[in-house]
Write a new protein. Structure first.
Ligand code: CA
Length: 659
């Protein structure tokens, strides 16, 4: 195994007890407590932080095809243990992560009917174990479904998950509605590309089909919680949250109409089977949520990296020039632009197969590689699951054609693929994601998914997985003025929601004033150049294709280009400083021993912040890229720091970078 994915794991000796009516596990610092209890045959759990309720009593259980495992239940043996692990994943917000958790395994028993010599008999068996893992900031749990009849059952279908999240009364929501299947462009929904309503009251159900993970709630003035799931692979479906009523939410399986109606929403499993983890990150502030590594703490690499993958910055013509720009001359011009910026890659988007051709794409790859620029090529994932027509298509949907294509891509020296237009969250689609990643690793290719689901621990599970879109990303800034008008608003939400649990391929940081190739017409950018610089750091993905264009070398401020030539995309650590989703955010990232602190503002008024620099080892004189508070123009200056406090002011849609 390569050193970058190395991990040290320690499990302590287990302590066994019997539950009776309830069982409790607390975090090491004693703040978080999870209590599992049984009432009238129903198992439930609740979560508190420093004695304050975050999750009220919420039911647990499964409906399997062989038994209803949600009622008539009792608690059995309870086992306590501790887990401590240090591991490395170069593609997430924190390259070296430490996970320390108190664990509790609770047996859940119920009656199981089976046939013995032609007679039906009922016996009490362990139907599933509830596995809990509680760190100082995160609660995680999963069902470990047991084989109730060792003579017969090997396979089963999970018909329903009864897992509930009853959010503390008075909480408000920051949720992203699940899209209605087969809507959107050419039937490509759902693809996690809706917007947020901040501080919305509980009790709604999105557009009728609930909300995608992760789900952020504000527990009134008592704190915050982020609910998500991780460890999902081809053996299960991707889940989301539906509102049952008022403050009660529950796990939902995919909509039957997803993937053009192909495949079942309910996953099929082999027994015994451990489900994906459900995670709850919580605390009094947003700090645990911005800094959590829970999405990766509970998963393991499922294969070894076939090579040491390279990450970094890149350019991308399509986001400004759209389809016509995917031609030979323009892509060579962008190779030169990436090389001039010192960037590691170039992404060539849809239609390259017809507008450039397979022979001449090899010429561009050779030309780029000779300049130290790696090439990412776009592919359509479909397939029979939607109507997206862009080519190349029918190259990634089946293993035979995919492996032949990837062999050729490897031979001509392509670095990675951006694969678009997936079909939803059914087990069928999850298998496709996993199969693409596994095949690509055999041919040394990095993978970025677009028009896709949320990655659920995939940076650690699949070492060649780079990032996913699963967000209303930069393309919408090109498509509509409204998205430009709310660009800063959305950007202040992502660090606490989507980007908190997975690398996010946003493709932003444009320095054009207009979203068009001539930079004279089209949608107007409402954000400042300092905002563009700040979001290059704020948005985390190990590979970033910025929405910059060759014209920016002459029409953007020299200081902006100078910074974007140096910007980093791989980080050792993240630290939350200040912020509120929908309003503003100030956050620090560390690469090696160097901290970069960035802020952005979405509020209508100018925002003044006093950034406490103690603990960031930046000295008394820092370099600042910020807004001119009257014009919004980019200013680069040296700032003298008094008593470790840097005083900064951001305009609406503005930002800053401190080095
Ligand atoms: Ca998209």
């Amino acid at each position: 195994m390569l050193r970058t994915f190395f991990s040290v794991l320690a499990m302590s000796v287990a302590v066994v007890a019997f539950a009776g009516k309830d069982a409790t596990v607390k975090s090491a610092n004693g703040d978080i407590a999870v209590t599992v209890s049984e009432d009238n045959g129903v198992i439930s759990y609740s979560v508190t932080n420093k004695g304050v309720t975050f999750i009220e009593k919420s039911a647990l259980g499964l409906v399997m095809d062989y038994a209803d495992c949600s009622k008539g239940l009792s608690l059995g043996e309870v086992t306590y243990s501790q887990k401590s692990e240090e591991y490395y994943v170069p593609t997430i917000k924190q390259r070296k992560a430490n996970y320390n958790a108190n664990c509790m395994n609770v047996e859940v028993k119920g009656n199981f009917k089976k046939s013995v010599r032609g007679k039906e008999v009922e016996e009490e068996v362990v139907l599933f174990n509830l596995e809990w893992s509680v760190s100082n900031t995160d609660v995680a749990f999963r069902y470990n479904i047991q084989r109730p009849n060792s003579d017969q059952l090997l396979a089963a279908r999970v018909l329903e998950e009864k897992t509930e999240f009853v959010i503390a009364t008075g909480s408000t929501t920051f949720l992203c509605p699940q899209m209605i299947p087969m809507t959107g462009f050419a039937g490509t929904a759902p693809s996690y590309e809706t917007g947020y309503t901040p501080d919305e009251e509980m009790g709604k159900n999105g557009w009728g089909d609930g909300y995608v993970f992760p789900c952020l709630f504000r527990n009134a003035d008592k704190g915050w919680l982020l609910i998500s799931e991780t460890g999902t692979n081809g053996s299960y479906c991707g889940c989301h949250m539906k509102n049952v009523n008022c403050n009660k939410y529950a796990i939902a399986f995919p909509n039957d109409r997803e993937c053009n109606g192909n495949g079942k929403p309910e996953p099929g499993v082999t027994l015994p089977y451990a489900t994906p983890w459900r995670t709850i990150t919580l605390g009094e502030t947003l700090k645990p949520i911005a800094e959590t590594t829970v999405a990766w703490d509970l998963v393991k690499p499922v294969y070894e990296a076939s090579q040491e993958y390279k990450y970094g910055r890149g350019s991308w013509s399509w986001i400004i020039g759209m389809d016509p720009s995917c031609n030979y001359d323009e892509q060579k011009r962008y190779v030169d632009f990436s090389a001039e910026m010192g960037y590691e890659s170039l992404l060539i988007d849809a239609l390259w197969d017809v507008q450039i051709g397979r022979d001449r794409i090899k010429e561009i790859v050779d030309y780029a590689n000779s300049k130290g620029v790696g090439i990412f090529l776009w592919y359509n994932s479909n397939g029979y699951w939607n109507h997206a027509p862009q080519s190349p298509r029918l190259c990634m949907d089946r293993s035979l054609v995919r492996r032949a294509e990837m062999k050729w891509l490897h031979e001509i020296g392509v670095r990675g693929l951006k694969i678009d237009f997936f079909g939803g969250d059914k087990q069928l689609s999850m298998q496709l994601y996993e199969d693409i990643l596994a095949d690509a690793n055999d041919f040394g290719l990095e993978i970025i998914f677009h028009g896709c689901t949320l990655p659920r621990g995939w940076e650690r599970m699949y070492p060649n997985f780079v990032a996913a879109e699963a967000v209303r990303a930069s393309e919408n800034l090109h498509f509509g003025q409204y998205d430009c008008d709310i660009e800063a608003f959305c950007a202040t939400i992502h660090p606490f929601v989507r980007n908190s649990v997975g690398s996010m391929d946003f493709g932003g940081s444009t320095l054009n004033k207009y979203w068009s190739a001539d930079n004279k017409r089209g949608n107007v950018r409402r954000t400042t150049d300092a905002f563009a610089l700040a979001t290059a750091v704020l948005f985390q993905s190990p590979v970033q294709h910025f929405a910059m264009a060759p014209n920016n070398l002459t029409d953007a401020p020299a200081e902006a280009i100078e910074y974007m030539k140096r910007v980093n995309t791989v980080w050792d650590e993240v630290r939350f400083i200040d912020g509120y989703p929908g309003k503003y955010v100030v956050l620090a990232r560390r690469a090696g021993d160097k901290w970069t602190i960035v802020g952005i503002n979405a509020e209508k008024e100018n925002k003044k912040v006093n950034v406490d620099l103690s603990g960031f080892n930046l000295g008394d004189n820092v370099t600042v890229y910020c807004d001119d508070v009257k014009t919004g123009a980019l200013v680069k200056k040296s700032l003298k720091v008094k008593k470790n406090i840097a005083k900064l002011e951001m305009v609406c849609g503005g930002g800053f970078v401190i080095e």
